[in-house]
Design a protein around this ligand. Structure first.
Ligand SMILES: [Zn+2]
Length: 334
């Protein structure tokens, strides 16, 4: 296990329940010997699966951190078989600033894995997570949401994997989570992602998009909390069977061409509710050119039939923003 400059306030391998902090050294103008202190909880009891539960990879996503803080407070060692390590605010400086990326170094945590021991805080935290926490885990769960700029139908995200056995285990775990959707995707840009760094080690990895818009709702927090507990049950870490959602999770995928990228800057008018069924060519939204009264709004149509899975959230939009994503029923494997 590679050494880190980050120190834990307790022995990460000790039995029982331990709650404390990770100290990230950060000497700066307003605090010469200062540090960043991030809460961490480890619950360990005998032999069993070793789970690493992460949230706050991006600092403006809330379902994951809230669900994990509540779990960290509630989970007792006697109820656990194995290890549950909980880090609810992984990019802590970004969470403090309610921003996707770190205000210290601009770091997008999910683009810097496996990190750097002597790097800036974002890279240093990624290095600790990869070399100290992922190394101690068999299963890694990283809870995301859409943040301030996207809104999603609450979903588990599973990646297309070349290893059929790991793919099968991933789909089973994703369905056990019990979000309204389980979406199988192939990532567009995988460089530096925690997801691929974990999957390359052959470990089970589950991620989510549980909402967005830079806030949350009671229903979405409930999906996150039930999902994490369902995973613990599915993997045999705590007793009981996963609670099945009603209606059951739908297994879907993003078809080729299902991403709609904005080509115009202006004011965004969504024309379809999130989760609604759309036919190919149906209007998804339009962009109004509020500075030019003579220019007609630009309409964006659904590139294929399916469900409106994600949409741009803020009122203003610009060229290159993700405007919408369509999901469709997962095709059977060939
Ligand atoms: Zn995220």
């Amino acid at each position: 296990m590679e050494g880190s400059r980050i120190r834990a306030s307790f022995d990460l391998d000790a039995s029982g329940k331990h709650r404390g902090y990770l100290t990230v050294p950060w000497s700066r103008d307003d605090s010469a010997w200062g540090s960043i202190q991030m809460p961490i909880t480890v619950v360990r009891n005998g032999r069993g699966p070793r789970l690493l539960l992460l949230a706050g990879n991006h600092g403006d996503e809330y379902e994951g951190p809230i669900a994990l803080m509540k779990l960290a407070a509630a989970l007792e060692a006697e109820a656990v078989r194995g290890v549950v390590t909980i880090l609810p605010t992984m990019n802590h400086p970004a969470v403090l600033a309610a921003r996707r990326t770190s205000p210290i170094d601009g770091g997008n945590m999910n683009r810097v894995f496996p990190g750097a021991r002597g790097g800036s805080p974002t890279a240093m935290i990624a290095h600790f997570v990869y070399h100290q926490l992922v190394a101690r885990a068999d299963v890694v769960v990283d809870l995301h949401s859409g943040g301030k700029t996207l809104d999603f139908v609450p979903s588990v995200i599973l990646h297309e994997l070349d290893d059929p056995l790991l793919m099968q285990r991933t789909i089973e775990a994703g369905l056990a989570f019990g979000a309204p959707l389980a979406l199988v995707i192939r990532e567009l840009d995988t460089e530096g992602m925690l997801d691929v760094a974990v999957e390359a080690l052959g470990k089970l990895f589950v991620t989510t998009e549980l909402g967005g818009g830079g806030s949350t709702t009671p229903a979405r927090v409930a999906i996150a909390e039930r999902g994490v507990r369902n995973l613990l049950r599915h993997l045999g870490v705590i007793d009981g069977a996963p609670e099945a959602p009603d209606p059951p999770s739908r297994l879907m995928q993003t078809p080729a061409g299902g991403f709609v990228v904005c080509r115009t800057a202006g004011m965004f008018e969504p024309q379809v509710e999130l989760g609604a069924r759309v036919e190919k060519g149906a209007p998804l939204g339009q962009v109004h050119f509020f500075e030019d009264r003579e220019q007609e709004p630009h309409c964006y149509a659904a590139p294929c039939a399916g469900m409106l899975y994600a949409r741009h959230f803020p009122g203003l939009i610009k060229r290159g923003d993700c405007l919408a994503v369509i999901a469709a029923k997962k095709a059977a494997a060939p």
